[in-house]
Design a protein around this ligand. Structure first.
Ligand code: ADP
Length: 743
């Protein structure tokens, strides 16, 4: 068997065709230390990239790689350029008893069916009674594990409670007796999961993993219960078996007792198994396990970790797949083995570690250098891409005086999304991480996983500002009505203030737009509305007053239609998936015109339709015409959503924005946003609209979200339920669509 121990990792890497000798960063004087672990791979890789190793007691390091949990005082002393490879209280995940307790808590809160990701487990001796009663209902094999051990140590199967010692803390789990077999052998899967932040939670799953096989064919007869080589899949157990088969060729990934995960998936696919579904379920299991410990770890970070970027963590998730293709989480490893006993280990782990350093730190390797995937790629990178940590942005911690000094960031935040400098920094960091992700796949949050699992988040983090909730149709109409009402009031106020005779061409155009809007919108009402166009001979203030009155009439009829709509429906479609009506009412009452405009613009964009609040009575021939016509040049302000693919509302909003100086004066949002006056002059593409709409909606919904967050922290359980209800409904517009502003 081929071993790399004793040989320099780098020699091995080169032997295998990898070449990690790209950009050296000695001149930046980057230092690392390795504590409580012996990782040749990590050391070799860092040294080869110009890091130098310092003594384990030294505090002068950029990266600390440790095999154990960190003491709070060590964490507290970290500076902003220092990183460690563990979060505080990670044992909430990596200790078997804590993991199970956390998942059990989620089962109790959210229902067993939502967190049925681990085999039923009891912590003994405390829960012996419960275990005995479970056992008597459903006899079968159980597996005994020490609460905090690894590598199969102390693990054995029992078929009766009498075989269980009661003098030590142990875990007893229902044994999955129907594992999926390959060639008759049981196997489990090791997955590498990287978390770079718990608040907000950011999870990456490495694209490759390992399948580890037992060495004796599986037979669940009780007589074999003591055969560890059959029931346990740990490498450390099975390597002792004379039947263990290793593979010396890194290119062969499906031979012997250790396969690559992709080879295993390929095999299953050939067998007709739905591996896409399987991987989806595995991702679900990973996300849910992390969510179950999220609150503990995030709280510990707040208490002990001085800077947001100090911690990252690579977890080893062990998953067993049963014959129904259901994955079960067996355990989460604190420091997954990086030993490279076989070429396949090195191939996967070296690549994974390289990508991990690239992702977590600016000092590390860029994604283009993930050579295992593209060995021929050129390896030159500019020194700038490896900016040293010591020069990185000041701390995210608001208490940090350096953070106060970060004027440009603060300004940017202020002028774009009303995000704070800190929030912008987190966005920027997440964007940068994503750009450097290499073989890591971000699994949370993504639009899909957010929709599916954000409901289970313990924290309503500020990240929610990026996740606009959806409105029901009725809510969209309410928002629209409120919006018009505010415009109406503004017209009235302006008519009172604007008594002078002179008026500009711009004001004239604004009036025309509102008149055109009213003409079209009133024709879409079910009830006839008598519209009097104010004479052009009248002075501006009179015209404004008349228009305000007309708008008031329109709103009244419009509200009646909304009321009829509510009455005609037993149940508002999708009501249960929408923002809680009380919360929404409150939002509507307090929202500014701009806020409402943003909500409506987003709703239109999201549904590709404004018909709900603009009406649908226009005929198709007009629709076609409208699509091609310029609303400024003709009398065809497009109101029908289908005809303008989401443009109609923007044009409509444009017309009203002209009437609302405060809206169009808003610095950055209105610059490119479809709802702004600027767009009337230059028609942007839809994709640009989509992007700017996303930006625009953020600031309005942020207020709503903050309100929800404030509620969640109150003690009342119904309020927290409400928050969960709302968060369940959130539709992510993930941060990475904001690259333009975060760059
Ligand atoms: P360790 O930390 O010692 O590796 P694990 O929980 O991963 O502990 O268990 C070791 C092995 O035992 C697993 O790799 C798996 O093969 C087997 N195993 C553990 N729990 C179960 C279970 N509930 N059902 C079936 N097999 C299990």
């Amino acid at each position: 068997m081929w071993h790399c121990s004793g040989t320099s990792i780098l020699e091995v890497v080169i032997l295998m065709g990898f070449s990690y000798c790209f950009f050296k960063i000695e001149k930046y004087n980057l230092a690392f230390k390795i504590v409580c672990t012996e990782s040749r791979l990590v050391r070799g890789m860092l040294v080869n990239h110009g890091f130098h190793e310092v003594h384990p007691n030294s505090n002068d390091f950029n990266l600390m790689w440790t095999g154990s949990h960190l003491k709070p005082y060590l964490l507290r002393s970290l500076q902003d350029f220092q990183k460690v490879n563990h979060f505080p209280r990670s044992y909430e995940l990596t200790r078997k008893d804590r993991l199970y307790k956390n998942i059990q808590r989620m089962q109790q809160t959210h229902g067993l069916q939502n967190f049925h990701i681990v085999p039923q487990t009891f912590v003994l001796p405390a829960e012996f009674q419960e275990f005995s009663s479970s056992f008597s209902k459903d006899k079968g094999a159980w597996i005994i594990k020490p609460v905090a051990s690894s590598r199969g140590r102390g693990i054995y199967l029992v078929s009766s409670p009498s075989q269980i010692p009661l003098d030590e803390n142990i875990l007893v789990s229902r044994y999955i007796s129907n594992p999926l077999l390959i060639d008759g052998f049981k196997f489990d899967v090791r997955l590498y999961v990287l978390v770079t932040s718990y608040d907000p939670l950011l999870i990456y799953l490495y694209e490759e993993g390992l399948a580890r096989f037992a060495t004796v064919k599986y037979d669940h007869a009780t007589a074999n219960i003591k055969n560890q080589f059959m029931h346990l899949t740990n490498y450390s157990v099975n390597k002792k078996s004379s039947d263990y088969v290793s593979c010396d060729d890194p290119e062969v990934e499906d031979y012997g007792n250790k396969w690559s995960m992709s080879a295993m998936l390929r095999y299953l696919r050939q067998e007709g198994k739905d591996t896409t579904l399987l991987m989806g379920q595995i991702e679900e299991l990973i996300i849910k396990a992390l969510l179950s410990a999220e609150i503990h770890i995030a709280t510990a970070c707040k208490m002990f970790v001085p800077h947001r970027c100090n911690c990252f963590e690579l977890y080893g998730f062990d998953v067993l797949i049963d014959s129904n293709l259901k994955p079960w989480l067996l355990e989460v490893n604190l420091s997954p083995s990086l030993a490279c006993d076989a070429p396949l280990d090195l191939k996967i782990k070296a690549s994974m570690i390289s990508d991990m350093f690239s992702l977590v730190g600016k000092f590390a390797f860029s994604q283009s250098q993930s050579l295992s995937r593209n060995p021929d790629q050129s390896l030159t990178t500019s020194p700038q891409s490896h900016v040293v940590n010591r020069q990185r942005l000041p701390s995210a911690n608001s208490a940090d005086p350096e953070a106060q000094r970060e004027k440009p960031g603060a300004k940017l935040a202020e002028s774009t999304l009303s995000l704070t400098a800190e929030e912008m920094k987190v966005l920027r960091r997440a964007q940068e991480e994503y750009d450097r992700r290499g073989g890591f796949v971000r699994i949370f949050p993504t639009p899909d996983t957010w929709e599916l699992y954000s409901f289970f988040c313990s924290l309503i983090s500020w990240l929610f500002v990026l996740v606009p909730p959806s409105c029901s149709k009725v809510q969209a109409r309410m928002a629209f009505s409120s919006y018009l009402h505010r415009v109406q009031l503004r017209l009235l106020a302006e008519s009172r203030a604007n008594m002078g005779p002179a008026w500009t061409q711009k004001e004239h155009d604004q009036m025309e737009l509102v008149i055109r809007f009213l003409k079209r919108a009133s024709s879409n009402l079910r009830q006839d509305m008598c519209l009097e166009e104010p004479s052009r001979q009248l002075c501006l203030s009179d015209r404004q007053r008349i228009l305000s009155h007309q708008l008031g009439n329109f709103i009244q009829l419009y509200n009646q239609e909304t009321k009829q709509m509510v009455e005609s429906l037993d149940k508002i479609p999708d009501e249960d998936r929408c923002i809680n009506s009380n919360v929404f009412q409150e939002f509507i009452l307090e929202a500014s015109e701009n806020d409402l405009e943003e909500v409506l613009t987003f709703y239109t964009q999201k549904n590709k339709s404004a018909s709900v609040f603009l009406g649908t009575k226009c005929d198709s021939s007009r629709v076609e015409r409208n699509r091609e016509s310029d609303p400024l040049e003709t009398d065809n302000l497009p109101l029908h959503p289908m005809c303008a693919c989401g443009l109609s509302f923007s044009y409509f909003i444009s017309s009203l924005s002209l009437f609302c100086p405060t809206v169009s004066q808003k610095p950055s949002l209105s610059k490119s946003r479809p709802g702004s006056a600027g767009l009337l002059k230059e028609t942007d593409s839809l994709s640009a609209q989509a992007q700017s709409n996303q930006l625009a909606i953020v600031s309005a919904l942020r207020k709503l979200v903050e309100k929800q967050a404030a509620r969640q922290y109150s003690t009342s359980s119904h309020i927290s339920l409400l928050t969960q209800h709302v968060s369940h409904d959130l539709h992510i517009r993930y941060m990475f669509s904001f690259s333009n502003i975060t760059a």
